[in-house]
Design a protein around this ligand. Structure first.
Ligand code: MN
Length: 253
């Protein structure tokens, strides 16, 4: 099995090193094509207005000066063009990707790009307990649980153009209660926090941050699974059509 690894935290992120160890349980044909710099929040963006540089860092290790989507495209359409991967793994992200995070997430979007190309794809993210932890975020739950989560997923066929979003709770491995398959939740929009400061030259600047997660009103969601101490496993697809809306809007014309 040929596996392409990518992420949105950049080619040097510790979560990607962990993903290499995870992937090594399943294959010795593992390739890495990841963004040169951190691209968290890049979503599914694609670089069209400037050139993208590709650097070879090792036999099967590359970085791309673009977004996670750019990295996957470079992997599929250039580096691995002659022998495409059988699986795309994205992560392990530093921080959860739950609820509507998946639309902002470069981690999930890289997996979406794999799914769009017809390749089974899984996004993996590690929740952390509090903001401001920098590179000290523990990945212990992901390290201990990833193989148990991925094994059955990889043994079963995945429907085309779908992906799986996996999140590990911010707990020590033995405190994790298990694996819960659940739907995508939705947070309250009040989570956004904009910090306004003044730069050394006297001009204001703004920095977007994310406040504490507001719990979804719906139960049996990924948000609730993580809050309850479970690994969340959520199947996603890229058809965003709101089915009831078809008839409702058609009736307007
Ligand atoms: Mn990230």
């Amino acid at each position: 099995m040929r596996i392409l690894l990518t992420n949105d935290d950049g080619v040097n992120a510790s979560g990607l090193k962990l993903l290499e160890r995870i992937a090594a349980h399943f294959s010795d044909d593992v390739w890495i094509v990841a963004p040169t710099e951190e691209q968290s929040g890049a979503g599914h963006s694609l670089t069209l207005t400037r050139p993208v540089r590709l650097r070879k860092l090792g036999e099967r290790r590359f970085c791309v000066t673009g977004t996670p989507t750019d990295a996957v495209m470079m992997g599929l359409a250039h580096i691995m063009k002659e022998a495409r991967p059988d699986l795309v793994l994205s992560g392990v992200n530093r921080g959860a990707n739950l609820g509507e995070d998946v639309t902002y997430s470069g981690t999930c979007s890289a997996a979406m790009e794999g799914a769009l190309a017809g390749i089974p794809a899984i996004a993996l993210s590690q929740a952390y307990a509090k903001e401001g932890m920098g590179d000290t975020v523990p990945f212990a739950a992901a390290e201990a649980w990833a193989e148990r989560v991925l094994g059955p997923l990889l043994a079963a066929p995945m429907p085309p153009r779908t992906l799986v979003n996996v999140n590990f709770p911010a707990l020590a491995p033995d405190a994790v209660k298990g694996i819960r398959v659940c739907r995508q939740g939705l947070r309250d929009y009040g989570r956004l926090r904009i910090v306004q400061r003044t730069d050394p030259r006297g001009y204001d600047y703004f920095w977007f941050g994310l406040g504490p997660a507001v719990q979804t009103p719906g139960h049996e969601t990924d948000l609730e699974a993580i809050a309850d101490g479970y690994v969340s496993v959520t199947p996603l697809h890229l058809d965003l059509t709101h089915e009831p809306g078809l008839a409702r809007i058609a009736a307007l014309y």
